[in-house]
Design a protein around this ligand. Structure first.
Ligand code: GLA
Length: 673
């Protein structure tokens, strides 16, 4: 049941009449949106970017010659697969590159660990994506023309085919890819990733047991082929779930011995710590290998001599020898990019937009900056797992969170214009109601239920739930326990914009008698807290753009998805609309018809926003800042579309002319195991 308020000119003090109990979907329309996107680019065909083939000759970064001569490395042709992935120079904005130099990233995260198949992150900001390679790839799809958008691009899997009834997906790995320590990559790694991580419920992998394609099982065919068998017909769309951060195998030759299934002395805690952030190098399939980690200071990565991609002149990639991740803050990423001491920022901190834009417009500025569509959205996640509450108070609170009227009251009490201006003065922020961000290809304004700011209506809804300030201290009391209504709101302490939103939300909700207790946590502790469901409410930034990306974070697709509604030991206590949401994910994945998919996502958007599944706050665009000395950073690369820009820009092809290269910290070296 959707409770709505019909208002006539309420902003001007007009009359509002509550029409409680009447279902009127989308009675309020989203206000007009002003786009700031200024990206211009030429689209290309799906096969214009790269193919897999053998070339007559291969060459390598010159410093590797000495390592080959000394016998420390096999010759480049033996390190490469028979048919490496070959990037076409014709699709590169600046063409074939020069070897050498450093790419300087700055990030606010810290590596949790290198055990990505057990769900650990490496600090975000492009470091995860520098080490992980995945079965398929989504990032570069932003550049593919619409008629060629048939699904994800190949990567470790060079091809795949479906059985006629669409219940079996057979995938073929590039033969002869090696881990950065020289160990072969093959279906041993795939079987270990799937059977002992995804399917093992003791491991918090990024795909959860039973969730991929409605409960797929894996069958290995030979060293380089395997198939997924699905319980019902799927479509090509489901393959998107095998891109970063979900379908990225890890080094089974290193990890197997720490897994309880293979080592009776090992515990799952030991397993999670099998590749700790302090212990580098680790074997990777990515273009760069972490070789030094100075906590809170720097992670240095050096080129992977076994990297399995080349350009069409036969040069082994990457072009850049070294990659740095300075460990400071997310704001500093933008500051350093603008100052020219960092090479890259996904400028996503609205507080810096005006100043950074001003500075980057100077013709001598070291960076270029271009805004994309609004794909960064802030939201509050309320914990719905009432049957997992630790105390009577939490149980009461979660009970309230499960009330449609309570969520609508919270949403009505949020003044999104004020929130937006608190983030950045100017036209950057636009109201967000939850669901797909407005920059998503699946966003539909007409299916989005808009909740206008209306404290009076919020108060009415709260009173209707029996919430009263019984002790006259200005804070409502929870009916069952009589205690003050206090909501702990967990957020990432390193994210200034998140903090600003928490502060503004705290004062706005205080006006309707709800006390918010801001609970800052560092980014390394954040995921474990969220995954364990031990929080009342979370405020965070999300990029909800595709139904197939980070699905578990957004939608009720398995017992532990999303983290704000874990099933618990007593099983699922779905909110009335959650079953339909879960079902729509399956339908979306099973459809190959774009019009049908659009209808499914419109319905999802309506369910998500009418029911206030999350309390949306505001959404903003982001601009990509890239140092001008960097070549092949394709103009038009969005900060976020199918994936973050660090993937979309294809960093293995980036290069810097020799005379502009900055000094390497570890010249002449590669990872030693
Ligand atoms: C963080 C940053 C994003 C992006 C991603 C990449 O979330 O805030 O801008 O760099 O990491 O994973």
């Amino acid at each position: 049941m959707i409770h709505k308020l019909t208002c006539t000119g309420f902003l001007l003090g007009g009359v509002c009449a509550a029409t409680l109990g009447i279902t009127t979907a989308n009675a309020d329309e989203m206000p007009p949106e002003r786009s700031l996107a200024g990206l211009e680019y030429d689209l290309i065909g799906r096969d214009d970017l790269y193919s897999y083939r053998s070339l007559d000759n291969y060459s390598q970064a010159p410093f590797l010659d000495a390592l080959v001569a000394s016998g420390a490395l096999p010759p480049v042709s033996e390190r490469l697969p028979a048919n490496p992935l070959v990037f076409n120079a014709s699709a590169m904005s600046d063409g074939i590159g020069e070897y050498g130099g450093v790419f300087r990233h700055v990030i606010g995260g810290r590596p949790e660990g290198f055990h990505w198949i057990a769900g650990q992150h490496q600090g975000w900001g492009g470091i995860n994506m520098a080490v992980q390679e995945c079965l398929v790839r989504q990032g570069p799809r932003w550049q593919v023309r619409a008629e060629d958008q048939t699904g994800p691009l190949p990567n470790l899997a060079h091809s795949w085919e479906w059985s006629e009834d669409m219940t079996e997906l057979t995938m073929h790995l590039v033969e002869g890819v090696k881990w950065s320590d020289g160990d072969p990559f093959d279906t041993d790694d795939i079987a270990f990733w799937w059977n002992d991580n995804v399917e093992d419920e003791n491991v918090t992998s990024r795909i959860q047991a039973g969730s991929f394609g409605g409960g797929a099982s894996l069958e290995v065919i030979d060293d380089y082929s395997f198939k997924f068998v699905f319980p019902s017909a799927q479509s090509e769309t489901v393959v998107e779930g095998l891109a970063y951060i979900q379908g990225c195998p890890g080094p089974s030759h290193v990890l197997r011995d720490s897994h309880p299934t293979y080592n009776s002395d090992a515990s799952y805690d030991d397993y999670l710590n099998a590749m700790p952030s302090s212990d580098v190098p680790v074997p990777v399939l990515g273009a760069w290998v972490p070789v030094e980690h100075r906590p809170d200071e720097l992670v240095i990565l050096r080129r992977n001599p076994y990297y399995w991609k080349v350009d069409d002149a036969g040069n082994q990639l990457p072009y850049l020898n070294e990659m740095h991740f300075k460990l400071t803050t997310w704001d500093d990423r933008t500051t350093q990019a603008v100052a020219g001491t960092g090479d890259w920022s996904n400028m996503e901190n609205p507080g810096n937009y005006v100043e950074a834009l001003k500075q980057s417009q100077d013709e001598n500025a070291p960076v270029t900056a271009k805004f994309g569509p609004r794909t960064l959205a802030f939201r509050i996640e309320l914990n719905f797992a009432q049957n997992m509450a630790d105390s009577d108070y939490d149980a009461e609170l979660r009970g309230l969170f499960r009330e449609q009227d309570f969520r609508e009251a919270l949403s009505s009490a949020i003044d999104r214009d004020a929130l937006g201006q608190a983030l950045a003065r100017g036209p950057f922020a636009y109201p967000y109601m939850g669901g797909f961000a407005s920059g998503s290809p699946y966003y539909d304004a007409a299916s989005t239920d808009y909740t206008p700011f209306n404290q009076g209506y919020a108060n009415e809804l709260l009173a209707g739930l029996g919430l009263e300030d019984t002790d006259g201290n200005g804070i409502l009391n929870v009916p069952g326990t009589g205690e003050d209504l206090v909501i702990d709101m967990t957020f990432k302490s390193q994210r200034n914009d998140d903090r600003k939103q928490v502060e503004a939300v705290t004062s706005q909700l205080a006006e309707i008698g709800i006390r918010v207790l801001p609970t800052p946590v560092d980014e390394t502790s954040f995921d474990p807290i969220r995954n364990s469901g031990s929080f009342s409410a979370i405020l965070q930034r999300v990029s909800f753009v595709l139904p197939t990306r980070e699905t578990c974070g957004n939608l009720p697709t398995s017992e532990i998805c999303p983290a704000f509604h874990l099933a618990g030991s007593e099983g699922r206590d779905f909110l009335p609309f959650e079953a339909e949401l879960a079902d729509s994910v399956l339908k979306f994945n099973a459809s190959s018809d774009a019009a049908e998919q659009a209808d499914i996502t419109k319905r999802m958007q309506a369910l998500l926003t009418e029911n206030h599944y999350n309390i949306g706050l505001v959404q903003v665009p982001a601009a990509l800042l890239v140092n001008k000395r960097v070549r092949n950073a394709h103009p038009g690369t969005p900060v976020f579309m199918y994936e973050w820009a660090e993937d979309a820009v294809i960093r293995e092809r980036l290069w810097v002319p020799a005379e502009l290269q900055t000094e390497e910290l570890l010249p002449g070296t590669v990872a030693q195991y």
